[in-house]
Design a protein around this ligand. Structure first.
Ligand code: PGA
Length: 253
């Protein structure tokens, strides 16, 4: 069965000043959005508005890299989901490992952020992934289930998400920015596990939830990774900072 349309998402992280970011965004748009792939760029929050404006009408979507779970209030330095939406974004990355592990963000907090994103009309890209020690200890699939269970909004009958409002990104922590990736069989197993876990709660509706792979995806390995069953796109860090590489990954999809 054909899966959902592929989504190729660039996570710029804390890179790009305004001029460079606008150039990159325009180069991505000029590279041509072909009909088969959805493209998304996620600049630093301070550039979301400018990039969204530059990309209006191009078909390339814009996302933020985080938001706060509260609607408003005394949270110095934070931005709300409604602000992200108001700036012209349609997506927000939540629970990235650089926030879970680097900043101590818990699954409980990620869940609150996903709920806030949904309430603001944003698509949440919820990230999960095992550390190297967890993989070595044979705990990868358990960790993925736990993070999903802890981080997705729950309704009375299971996960309160759909393919329209939520994307899952599987990013092994040890593969991010390292040039290392799991084997294709390991990616296959992880994505199959995530799909099955979603199906336990959502039944066939789980099949429309996109599951992205992230972690050292680049033009050289994108074709193989994106051809794996249940890999519905990529979340790309380093290689999203060059339009040429990002577009080559999109072409591989
Ligand atoms: P990377 O980052 O492509 O540089 O490994 C991926 C990510 O952290 O989203």
């Amino acid at each position: 069965m054909a899966g959902p349309r592929k989504l190729i998402a660039g996570n710029w992280k804390m890179n790009m000043l305004r001029g460079e970011g606008l150039d990159l965004a325009r180069a991505v748009a000029d590279g041509g959005v072909n009909g088969d792939v959805d493209l998304l760029v996620c600049p630093p929050s301070i550039l979301v508005g400018a990039v969204a404006e530059a990309l209006t009408g191009t078909g390339v979507a814009v996302g933020a890299q985080d938001c706060h779970e509260a609607q408003s209030g005394a949270f110095t330095g934070d931005i709300s989901a409604a602000m992200v939406r108001d700036a012209g974004a349609s997506h927000v990355i939540l629970g990235h490992s650089e926030r879970r592990h680097g900043l101590g963000e818990t699954s409980e907090r990620v869940r609150a952020k996903v709920e806030a994103a949904h309430a603001a009309g944003l698509v949440a890209i919820m990230c999960i992934g095992e550390t190297e020690a967890e993989r070595d200890g044979g705990k990868t699939l358990d960790v993925l289930s736990q993070q999903i269970d802890g981080s997705l909004p729950m309704g009375e009958r299971g996960f309160a998400i759909s393919g329209d409002d939520t994307v899952i990104a599987y990013e092994p922590v040890w593969a991010i920015g390292t040039g290392r990736t799991p084997t294709l069989d390991e990616v296959l197993a992880a994505h199959a596990h995530i799909r099955a876990h979603l199906q336990e709660s959502l039944g066939n509706n789980a099949n429309s939830v996109r599951i992205l792979y992230g972690g050292s995806m680049k033009p050289e390995n994108a074709g193989d990774l994106l051809a794996i069953d249940n890999v519905d796109g990529g979340l790309i860090g380093g290689a999203s900072l060059k339009a040429e590489d990002f577009l080559a990954i999109a072409a591989a999809a």
